[in-house]
Design a protein around this ligand. Structure first.
Ligand code: NDP
Length: 256
């Protein structure tokens, strides 16, 4: 029942594009308040405007609240200072969507730059952990909350040319599973969403800006859209409080 989202406050990392942007907008349409976190301030403010428009269009309730926070989740100092950038009336968060993440390059082991190894782990793993540490403290104190982490099929099945990215997503899978078990006797829910191929800026970043190489990945199949995954995330969050969707693997119908 989507009405369970009305008046809830959701924090989405990586909300400036792709799955995170679509998720923020869909939560806004469902009557939720949203804190949008990412590094690109201009893109964030465009998504925030779209949230406001979606919220108004829904006609569910008046006065949805939206805030943008320019923040690099891989920087622990910035994460620790998060609340200083969030308006007072949005600091009581109900749902954390840890979505910020990327894959950079398709090089094989032995050829991968140290900086790429470090940056993927810093965002996909350490950033996700830092954000979870921060929010789970509050969730424990108020005895409610929901952590929704973006894993990937790459967190289940490694592939050649994806050693670092798949290692980060396996780490997300392990971390999320442990967190769920730690919180099993609390009302706090923990979910991992594991998408297959979704057409977003993700593939362009993987191929370092080579858009034609990025596009080739989708040849012969119809990839998911960011909105497809946003629908799953919002659906998961709208289950009754005693129902925890532990994980959800979502594939394009024709992805092997
Ligand atoms: P996008 O590139 O469209 O979005 C990634 C988002 O993460 C952007 O908003 C980016 O914003 C943000 N981001 C990246 N690094 C940081 C950082 N250090 N701090 C804060 N924000 C950051 O890709 P997707 O929407 O496709 O990806 C979203 C998630 O889904 C990722 O975790 C990805 O691994 C996962 N996924 C994607 C799949 C796909 O096929 N697309 C498949 C399976 C999983 P900014 O640059 O403004 O900081």
């Amino acid at each position: 029942n989507a009405s369970r989202l009305i008046g809830k406050t959701v924090l989405v990392t990586g909300a400036s594009s792709g799955i995170g942007a679509a998720t923020a907008i869909l939560f806004a349409r469902g009557g939720a308040n949203v804190i949008l976190v990412a590094r690109r301030a201009d893109a964030l403010s465009r998504v925030s405007d779209a949230c406001l428009a979606a919220h108004k269009e829904s006609g569910l309730i008046d006065g949805g609240k939206f805030a943008t926070v320019q923040l690099d989740v891989s920087d622990r100092t910035q994460v620790a200072a998060l609340w200083s950038k969030v308006p007072q009336d949005l600091r009581d968060v109900d749902i954390l969507v840890n979505n910020a993440g990327f894959v950079l390059g398709v090089e094989h082991v032995g050829e991968i730059a140290d900086a790429d190894i470090d940056s993927m782990f810093a965002t996909n793993v350490f950033g996700l952990i830092s954000m979870t540490q921060l929010l789970v403290k509050d969730f424990k104190a108020k005895k409610s909350g929901h952590v929704i982490n973006l894993g990937s099929i790459a967190g289940i099945e490694p592939y050649a040319g994806g050693s670092i990215y798949t290692a980060t997503k396996h780490a997300v899978n392990a971390f999320t599973g442990s967190l769920m078990r730690e919180l099993v006797n609390t009302p706090i829910r923990v979910t991992e969403i594991q998408p297959g191929m979704v057409e977003t800026e993700f593939s362009i970043i993987r191929y370092r800006g080579d858009t034609s190489a990025a596009k080739k990945v989708y040849q012969g199949l119809q990839p998911l859209t960011a909105e497809d995954i946003a629908e799953e995330i919002v659906w998961v969050a709208a289950r009754p409080p005693h129902v925890n969707i532990a994980s959800m693997l979502v594939f394009p119908t024709n992805q092997a």
